[in-house]
Design a protein around this ligand. Structure first.
Ligand code: GLU
Length: 418
């Protein structure tokens, strides 16, 4: 790790770990080991653009921990990706997998470029080149990528193909979040959203708010926000505002999520949706709603925006949307924050189911996937809320402490080698 003082998500991730280490009374050496990624790879990703010119992007894969099993985590395509961001996201994956008790460590990957400014053919070349560059350190028993911001099922299909061609045989377990016809799991595409929506309802009920008739605002209308809004709307929650990267729409009577979905499929953005009024995206975080669901990127609830939050619960669909400073402000204001490593863990849980199905070469029914996902999310919710109450902690502190303890215990049993 670099010796410069980290900023942004890595600073938050390290501060969360430090609190857990103190609570668990870990030695300085153990704390340092958990703060340090096991392996990091930075690669150049040269791309021949469609116009014949050559661009070179930076790619990363950080494997934070392997103690409980293969490293696991998504691959992100976004302009702001850098090594520290990937380090933070990899560490959060370790805690998320441990908290949900899936037998993985944590990893994350990223390539720093804007996928919206690239053709499908360019995206394929970037993905295949990046996969070739990180090939020596990934594998179905080593490190298993999955979709994240800016990547999707098609990206996973290209990774699987590139890896399989190099190995000389088809390796379905190399990625999760694959298309169904390549061994993807039923229920995977909606898994993160489904977990978020499920936990949001548990959180509302814990506050004495019946989800049917409750209000919610969702930041982000991508893989996580869109599905969560849809499921919540089906449960009777009035989703009164939704934003995306280009703008935001609101309707106090509740937006029709199905109509908004059709509109976005056609126009590429929520902007101009006739079933609501345009609002400034920055207003969304401050809306008077029962549940606020940041489901876009990290660092949106800050010391400046957190004091404006009026919601009763914040459910983190995104990874790291709340900074350390914002966490304290929200806790002091009595806002219940359901942390990312719990709230959005549905994705990696069903990734695990997909990986198990790849190893079994046997596909489970959608019913099996959904039941097992719900069971795990509910257990994690009960475990975290019980621990938080017993120790007088926030849900994030409790979730992180429980996860860190599991990784630490596994490490103690394995020992430090040599
Ligand atoms: N990118 C998702 C996350 O942050 C899923 C990771 C996975 O399934 O491996 O949890």
């Amino acid at each position: 790790m670099s010796t410069t003082t980290p900023e942004g998500p890595l600073k938050d991730a390290l501060a969360q770990l430090a609190r857990a280490a103190e609570h668990l009374d870990l030695s300085a050496g153990t704390h340092k080991m958990l703060a340090t990624p096991r392996r990091e790879l930075q690669v150049a990703v040269p791309l021949r653009r469609d116009d014949g010119s050559v661009a070179v992007y930076s790619g990363f894969r950080v494997q934070h921990n392997f103690t409980r099993g293969p490293a696991k985590g998504g691959l992100r395509y976004a302009p702001q990706v850098d090594l520290d961001e990937v380090r933070a996201l990899a560490m959060w994956m370790t805690w998320k997998c441990a908290l949900l008790d899936v037998p993985y460590g944590g990893a994350k990957g990223g390539v720093a470029f804007d996928p919206r400014e690239h053709s499908d053919a360019e995206l394929e070349r970037i993905t295949r080149r990046y996969t070739s560059e990180i090939l020596p350190i990934i594998g179905p028993e080593v490190d298993v990528p999955a979709p994240d911001v800016g990547t999707n099922e098609q990206t996973m299909a290209w990774i699987m193909d590139t890896y399989s061609v190099a190995m000389g045989h088809t390796v379905p377990g190399i990625v999760t979040g694959k298309p169904l016809s390549l061994g993807g799991s039923l229920g995977r595409s909606m898994a993160t959203s489904s977990g978020v929506a499920h936990v949001a309802q548990l959180a509302l009920r814990s506050r004495g708010i019946e989800p049917h008739g409750a209000t919610a605002a969702v930041q982000g209308f991508g893989k996580v926000g869109r599905g969560a809004a849809l499921i919540l709307a089906h449960a009777g929650v009035k989703v009164v505002a939704i934003s995306d990267i280009d703008g935001a729409v609101a309707n106090p009577d509740g937006l029709s999520i199905t109509a908004l979905g059709h509109y976005v499929d056609e126009h590429g953005s929520v902007v101009g949706f006739p079933g609501g009024d345009a609002i400034d995206p920055s207003e969304l975080l401050a809306m008077e709603v029962d549940a606020l669901i940041p489901a876009a990127v990290e660092g949106v609830l800050t010391k400046d925006t957190a004091p404006t939050v009026c919601a009763s619960v914040v459910v983190e669909g995104a990874n790291g949307p709340t900074t350390e400073a914002a966490d304290t402000i929200l806790a002091d204001a009595g806002v219940l924050v359901v942390p990312d490593i719990l709230a959005n863990a549905g994705g990696v849980v069903v990734s695990y189911f997909e990986w198990v199905q790849a190893h079994q070469a046997y596909a489970w029914s959608e019913h099996d996937v959904e039941d097992r996902l719900r069971e795990r999310m509910e257990k994690a919710w009960v475990d975290v809320t019980t621990y938080a109450a017993a120790h007088g902690m926030s849900l994030r502190e409790a979730a992180t402490a429980m996860a860190v303890r599991r990784v630490f215990e596994a490490h103690m049993l394995r020992g430090l080698y040599p």
